[in-house]
Design a protein around this ligand. Structure first.
Ligand SMILES: [Mg+2]
Length: 267
């Protein structure tokens, strides 16, 4: 499957998640680093593919700091922020309008988050509430999915669970799927692949599949990156399953090194 895509690399959009996909999960999200060799593989692929993009739940600045490849596109905060190559990062204007509501919500729960060892990551247009480091994860998870999620909904915000995380998002219909669709459409690619390891990545895979059904793409491939705590749907819905970030890196290398029919060879 990867070989076939590699033969068409010049018309291929390559989109990938970061955490758990091109970077091993760490207890502290700020300690995460991209897997060795991935920067080189992304850079090489950017010279040949129609699009290379990292699509992540992280804030855009954090995402660019960790990946640090200037030649590729980025969508941060689940499609609420973008950075195209050679351009400044820009938040989605609809998402930015809900910033004051998010600030009010965060200040209301500040003490309770401390009591539960819940780490608050302010990503500008969204909040990430991490409980991976909580002394009592079950209690923290119950608190987040109960009282906190209810309060967020009452405030018109959207609580969204992930891996050891509850994200509080503004009520705008943006996700990794809308991000993937926008980036792929403007790239002119006829084929696309998405690699990911979590629920939110399925939005992207499904969006690309929908683009196929609408005739906007000739082929869409979903690659599931397996590992600890990876939801089974990620594996079940994937066209191809690879093992951890090393498996994902190998896919990038295979795509970047093959002689594409319309791609240009590396100098
Ligand atoms: Mg991930």
């Amino acid at each position: 499957m990867v070989e076939r895509l590699a033969r068409h690399v010049g018309e291929l959009a390559v989109l990938t998640d970061l955490d758990g996909t091109l970077a091993a999960i760490r207890p502290r999200p700020e300690d995460v680093t991209i897997v060795d060799g991935a920067r080189e593989a992304l850079t090489a692929l950017a010279r040949r593919a129609a699009l290379v993009a990292v699509v992540s739940g992280r804030g855009i600045d954090d995402l660019i700091r960790i990946v640090a490849v200037p030649e590729i596109a980025y969508a941060g905060n689940h499609g609420m922020e973008f950075r195209r190559p050679g351009r400044d990062p820009a938040p989605d204007p609809d998402a930015a309008r809900h910033r004051p509501a998010l600030e009010r919500f965060a200040s209301r729960f500040r003490g309770a988050f401390d009591d539960h060892d819940i780490e608050v990551e302010d990503k500008g247009v969204t909040l990430s509430l991490h409980y991976r480091r909580s002394g009592d994860r079950e209690r923290a998870a119950r608190f987040l999915t109960g009282a906190v999620a209810r309060a967020a909904r009452d405030d018109g915000l959207v609580p969204t669970p992930g891996r050891m995380i509850l994200e509080i998002r503004p009520p705008v219909k943006l996700d990794k799927g809308t991000a993937a669709r926008a980036l792929v459409a403007e790239s002119g690619a006829r084929r696309a692949l998405f690699m990911g390891d979590d629920h939110t990545d399925l939005d992207a895979s499904r969006a690309l599949r929908a683009m196929c059904e609408e005739g906007l793409l000739d082929e869409a491939v979903s690659i599931g990156v397996d590992g600890d705590e990876v939801p089974r749907e990620v594996v079940e819905e994937a066209d191809l399953v690879v093992d951890g970030p090393d498996g994902a890196l190998q896919v990038l290398r295979d795509l970047g090194q093959a002689r594409g029919r319309r791609g240009t060879p590396d100098p």
